[in-house]
Design a protein. Structure first.
Length: 182
């Protein structure tokens, strides 16, 4: 069974607004490795549209550092499953998941491979509620944002985790990877 891994950037106060992180080469290298190791990405509509606007060639007219290009290429090439009840169609190596969320994710997890990778805020909350996420990676940035959205706001139950790795980046951000405590 393929594990479902979740990774997100957060500030010290739990803000998971993508604009509040401190982007640098180390963090992009880490994200690139995570995505490259996955058989596919599972994204909600908002995250899919945000990532497509930023990374699908030709991406934004805004110039970006050369160290972002490996992430852009990896993101562009990745197989994507998009969970949405409002989108009529997707492309960019993507497929809509139309059946029940839990059933669809369980079916994807049963397929052979290295694993699946999920990003975003609302979709992972729903997946955590269903007990479908196997690993959590929180990349904590040395910043206090003072606003939300916050991670897992509204989660109805506690999820106990076990730290399995910790990596510090030159920016002061720390990536902590957790597995479910069994």
């Amino acid at each position: 069974m393929r594990p479902l891994r979740y990774s997100i950037n957060v500030t010290l106060d739990g803000c998971c607004d993508h604009r509040e992180g401190i982007p640098d080469e180390d963090l992009h290298r880490n994200a690139t490795a995570n995505i490259a190791h996955a058989d596919a990405l599972i994204l909600g509509r908002v995250t899919y549209e945000m990532m497509e606007a930023a990374w699908r060639p030709p991406a934004e007219a805004v110039a970006r550092p050369a160290w972002m290009e490996p992430f852009a290429r990896t993101m562009d090439a990745a197989k994507k499953y998009v969970v949405s009840s409002t989108l009529e169609r997707v492309d960019w190596n993507a497929e809509l998941l139309r059946r029940g969320l839990g059933t669809a994710i369980e079916a994807l997890k049963r397929e052979p491979g290295n694993g699946l990778f999920v990003g975003g805020v609302k979709l992972p909350l729903a997946l955590a509620e269903m007990g479908l996420i196997d690993e959590y990676e929180l990349v904590v940035h040395p910043r206090i944002a003072g606003h939300g959205p916050t991670l897992f706001a509204g989660l109805s139950k506690r999820i106990d985790l076990r730290l399995v790795s910790r990596v510090e980046f030159s920016s002061g951000a720390v990536a902590m990877r957790y597995e479910l405590k069994r």
